[in-house]
Design a protein around this ligand. Structure first.
Ligand code: KG4
Ligand code: ZN
Length: 362
């Protein structure tokens, strides 16, 4: 089964052809980063218009790279949630048009599930094949829009259980906002990662505690405030060396909390394997620190290649191929949804959705 996947939920227009075993035949990602960089964040109106221009050529390229014509694909998978509604709409409407014109099955895919399943993708140029994780695993999903720990008992949405998410910013959002505070450009994650590598946290002019929140939940706003207070007091780093030391401190604090909570989740669930997912899983510091920590605890760690951590359509095509293989189909009435269909426990800003120890009587 060769499935064409289409992704347009944020600032990448992507298309890919993948089969139900995760073999990637083509994987095309067109980034809009340059269009959003002047605003240091994604501008929804710009994103939608850019997706409209790009989606046709990106799909054509994915088919050409796979050596296929439209008639050769067995189904069409498209990100239908969560994301910027106008951006998701472009991909969904394009996919519906194709499916209708070609009389091929259509499936909508949850972008977050796509991220969690990206570790199963197999690229022909990878060299030594990676072993796929068995279920259950604990998945740490860290992207620009979402951050949560999940227990994954299988590859379908009802198999995925949130163990704890962020109460405020997503990890990638924290990276982007911290980079903006330090005047390092957009997107912040890769820049902070690169500078942190060259810096030394011990030389940083502030000590930043690892941000912590209730149980397996995350909170990054305190770290952002600590850096903002430092910049207000001492100004932005004077040169690249000073920026590198501050980035090392920031990255150390972020990575420490991500690793600590992931290990706690694996211990609590009694699950011996961990999977990294999402754009921040591309982070060298996180990958190295998580590897070391998992080795020390005897946990199996599965890390996708960098290209399948950040947004792509191969993960969407794969998640869609699994849906089609289960006999699932969507009608032409599907539309974009702002929220994920995965279970959500953590209430943004106000603590856990369930099991809150606090009662407020007004
Ligand atoms: O998964 P993704 O491509 O898009 C979303 O679904 O949000 O994640 C994008 C996020 C951005 O916030 C970006 O700064 C972050 O991933 N990111 C990184 C790195 N590469 C991308 N963060 C830390 N280190 C990196 N190397
Ligand atoms: Zn994503």
């Amino acid at each position: 089964m060769r499935i064409l996947g289409i992704e347009s939920s944020c600032d990448e227009t992507a298309a890919a052809v993948v089969d139900e075993l995760g073999h990637v035949y083509s994987d095309v990602v067109r980034s809009q980063v340059a269009a959003h960089a002047p605003y240091a964040g994604v501008v929804p109106e710009i994103a939608c218009r850019d997706h409209l221009r790009a989606v046709g050529p990106v799909v054509e390229r994915a088919l050409a790279d796979a050596g296929l014509g439209l008639a050769d694909v067995d189904g069409i998978a498209v990100t239908r949630r969560p994301g910027l509604v106008g951006a998701v709409l472009v991909g969904v409407q394009f996919a519906k048009g194709l499916a209708w014109a070609l009389d091929k099955p259509l499936v909508g895919v949850d972008h977050l599930l796509g991220h969690l399943l990206a570790v199963f993708l197999r690229y022909p140029d990878e060299g030594v094949p990676r072993a796929a994780p068995a279920f259950p695993f604990v998945g740490l999903l860290v992207s620009g829009g979402h951050t949560a720990l999940y227990r994954c008992d299988g590859p379908a949405p009802p198999d995925v259980h949130e163990l704890g998410g962020t109460r405020d910013d997503a990890a990638g959002e924290a990276y982007d906002k911290l980079a903006k505070l330090l005047g390092l450009g957009y997107p912040g994650g890769p820049v902070v990662d690169r500078l942190a590598h060259a810096g030394d946290a011990a030389r940083a002019p502030v000590s930043l505690p690892a941000p912590m929140a209730h149980g397996l939940e995350f909170s990054f706003s305190g770290l952002k405030s600590a850096v903002a207070r430092h910049v207000a007091r001492a100004g932005k780093p004077a040169d690249e060396a000073a920026a590198a030391d501050l980035c090392a401190a920031v990255q150390g604090a972020l990575v420490a909390t991500l690793v600590k909570k992931t290990l706690a989740a694996a211990a609590r669930e009694g699950v011996p394997r961990v999977v990294l997912a999402g754009g921040v899983a591309a982070n060298r510091g996180l990958r190295a620190c998580m590897r070391e920590a998992c080795e020390a605890r005897g946990l199996e760690l599965h890390v996708p290649p960098v290209r399948s951590c950040t947004d792509n359509a191969a993960m969407i095509a794969y998640a869609g191929a699994l849906r089609l293989a289960r006999g699932e189909r969507d009608g032409y009435d599907i539309g974009p949804e702002r929220r994920t269909e995965l279970e959500r426990l953590t209430k943004k800003g106000r603590g856990p959705r369930a099991q809150s120890p606090t009662t407020i009587i007004r």
